[in-house]
Design a protein around this ligand. Structure first.
Ligand code: URA
Length: 353
């Protein structure tokens, strides 16, 4: 255990067999005075919101990554994040090692990473505002052994003291944490996602869509062409049909024409409800490019969100975090869709990004 003799340390508290563990960043002035975590304004806010979802502080184990109050209350003296990379100091690393040893004795169903530093300490991930509410796998390390834990990050309540509407985001995530506190496993949505389908697989999936009352679809546009189109007829049954691969056509012209006919028969079917994110973009593009004229009901998740929650973001990543248990996915495309080498630094773009 690291001990800095010039500092007053703030110790963990709560039952070691708690179902929920809260891990904060570092104590503030009030925590340093009392010697206990989350007793100041942000901690009081956090546990008031938690109590609203049945999570009682007395039943939780509460700790911090860094156990001493950083100079000027600035955690940057221990760790900094720049352009998605972390720059920890040796002091930070020692505190993090101690934290893992401390948490090794706990067996909670959910570990709440309060803010970006705790997220990094438990999962090695960054970008708290993107990952808040995601159900993530964390790894505890102790004496050369590792153990997998379920981590849900939330935005630090200190941010909510400055920006009021963050309170609601923390509250939404605490509701999920309360649900997830009943079991330790990561129960993520099961999806059957068909990628790189054959011509016949594509047609048979589109036929399933044609027989459905409601389908979701989405196009990706690259260089003013539809590079791929995705359909789903349930949250679990999904296909992504590409039209190009490595700069070449994926199908023969005849096959592609047949597929577009099947697509237009779905989009032009007045009995099929079509769901999309900013669906005006997709339908306008398809009309201009292929003369596909949508009929029947179009339901737009972006517009619905903007009407219901005008103060919240309306991007698909945020909507996904609010209504589904799909972990944050938006940066995955950066790994998969970069085209060519450095000379061809062109990214798939989408009006909904
Ligand atoms: N902020 C934290 O991250 N931890 C505390 O204990 C108090 C404020």
């Amino acid at each position: 255990m690291l001990v800095n003799p010039t500092k007053r340390l703030c110790y963990p508290d709560g039952p070691i067999d708690a179902k929920v563990v809260f891990v904060g960043e570092a104590p503030g002035t009030e925590e340093e005075r009392v010697g206990r975590g989350f007793v100041g304004a942000s901690g009081q806010l956090l546990f008031k919101l938690a109590a609203g979802h049945g999570i009682m502080r007395a039943e939780c184990y509460v700790t911090n990554v860094v156990k001493e109050r950083p100079k000027e209350n600035d955690i940057g003296h221990f760790i900094q994040f720049k352009m998605g990379s972390a720059y920890p100091t040796l002091w930070y690393e020692q505190y993090e090692k101690d934290l893992h040893e401390e948490l090794w004795k706990t067996h909670a169903n959910v570990y709440v990473a309060v803010g970006g530093v705790a997220l990094y300490a438990l999962t090695r991930q960054s970008a708290i505002s993107k990952r808040r509410g995601s159900i993530l796998e964390g790894i505890l390390r102790h004496n050369g052994e590792t153990r997998s834990i379920k981590v849900i990050p939330i935005i630090h309540p200190a941010a909510a003291l400055r920006q009021y509407n963050i309170i609601n985001l923390i509250s939404i995530d605490l509701k999920r944490i309360a649900e997830e506190s009943h079991y330790p496993e990561l129960r993520l949505p099961a999806r059957n996602i068909i990628i790189k389908p054959s011509f016949l697989d594509s047609l048979s999936f589109l036929q399933q869509c044609k027989e459905s009352r409601i389908v979701a679809f989405d196009i990706e546009v690259m260089r003013e062409e539809v590079s791929c189109i995705s359909f789903a007829y349930t949250p679990a049954e999904v296909i992504s049909i590409p039209f190009t691969t490595n700069g070449r056509d994926y199908f023969t012209p005849e096959q592609e024409a047949t597929i577009w006919k099947a697509i237009s028969s779905i989009i032009e079917d007045p009995n099929i409800i079509k769901v999309g994110q900013n669906i005006v973009f997709d339908t306008t593009f398809l009309f201009r490019k292929y003369g596909i004229s949508p009929q029947g009901t179009l339901e737009d998740t972006m517009i619905a969100q903007a009407i219901m929650y005008p103060d919240y973001p309306k991007g698909l990543d945020f909507i996904t975090s609010m209504y589904t248990k799909e972990p944050y996915y938006k940066d995955e495309g950066k790994k998969h869709f970069k085209i060519g080498g450095p000379e061809d630094n062109f990214w798939i773009y989408n009006a909904k990004d």
